[in-house]
Ligand binder design. Structure first.
Ligand code: AMP
Length: 284
């Protein structure tokens, strides 16, 4: 496994091996089984597997947790070596954003609802860094987790709109045995908060079960989720959503596939989760 810190090194490796298929897994590190599931799928589908580890400052607002985002590069590298990764890219901030940097990639409508309401500049940081990574690696395939549902929609929009010649592969959310979606931020929860955090999965399960039992009112489903979250005193709700999985607009009546999602604070730690559900009404 080769660890590279500079863009020129990645470019040299890629240009000396243009005929192989490269699979890229962009991450912010502090790796867990969710990340590793993406790496394994990339390993199964490509000649060469590259992982980037970069806590991207432009996707954090000034009041967010950039400074306390968990990091453990040595552990991450050991995990990736065990998965037979070929290249790991670990740039410093100034490598990705040198002095004078002033370009942003902005995807419009689908970045505005959901995460965009609480984090209005988040996705332009994501799309800017992902566009750079795509240009640097020129992967045949890039791997993203369903855990960050809106991110998959936003990145797909960017890939289509800007003609990136690659395939996006979206991998299912990997969960702890009690249902909590794996996240690097889970490490920041206290023991009590960690127990309480199962409420996200319970709220999603309640919503899913109600839809499968025939509930089709978006408002009613959102209310059910709010009630579940309100039952946990350590949880502070940011949003619940029942939205179109395509446009991410909130829906009044469930028909076809809907994205159920939510964001919840435990102290300063903000967790998100989601599930896709297909309605059971006759026109669904
Ligand atoms: P992050 O390091 O949080 O930026 O995540 C890097 C990639 O791993 C993103 O595409 C995430 O959606 C994905 N990912 C994070 N957590 C999970 C999980 N629990 N299951 C599947 N994919 C995940």
């Amino acid at each position: 496994m080769i660890v590279l810190e500079d863009i020129a090194g990645v470019r040299a490796a890629r240009s000396s091996d243009l005929t192989s298929s490269w699979g890229l897994v962009p991450t912010m590190g502090f790796l867990h089984e969710g990340h590793l599931s993406l790496v394994r799928q990339a390993r199964a589908e490509n000649d060469v597997v590259a992982v980037s580890i970069f806590v991207n400052p432009t996707q954090f607002a000034p009041h967010e947790d950039l400074g306390t985002y968990p990091r453990d590069l040595q552990r991450d590298l050991a995990l990736l070596a065990a998965e037979r990764v070929d290249y790991v890219f670990v740039p410093q901030d100034h490598e990705m954003y040198p002095a004078g940097f002033q370009t942003r990639v902005v995807v419009e409508e689908v970045t505005r609802p959901l995460e965009g309401l609480s984090r209005p500049t988040h996705f332009q940081g994501v799309t800017t860094v992902v566009a750079k990574l795509f240009n640097i690696f020129q992967p045949k395939r890039a791997y993203f987790g369903q855990k960050d549902a809106q991110q998959t929609v936003v990145v797909r929009r960017m890939v289509v709109d800007l003609d990136f010649p690659l395939e996006l592969v979206i991998c299912p959310t990997v969960r702890e045995p009690d249902g909590l979606a794996m996240s690097s931020r889970n490490a920041k929860l206290t023991t009590k908060q960690r127990k309480a955090a199962t409420i996200l999965f319970r709220a999603l399960s309640t919503a899913r079960d109600s839809i499968l039992a025939g509930e089709s009112s978006g408002a009613r489903i959102r209310e059910l989720m709010e009630d579940v979250i309100a039952s946990e005193s350590l949880a502070r709700l940011d949003y619940v959503s029942v939205a179109s999985s395509q446009t991410l607009a909130e829906i009044e009546t469930v028909a076809g596939e809907v994205l159920i999602s939510l964001a919840v604070y435990f102290g300063e730690v903000r967790l998100i989760d989601n599930t896709l559900v297909r309605g059971t009404s006759p026109d669904a």
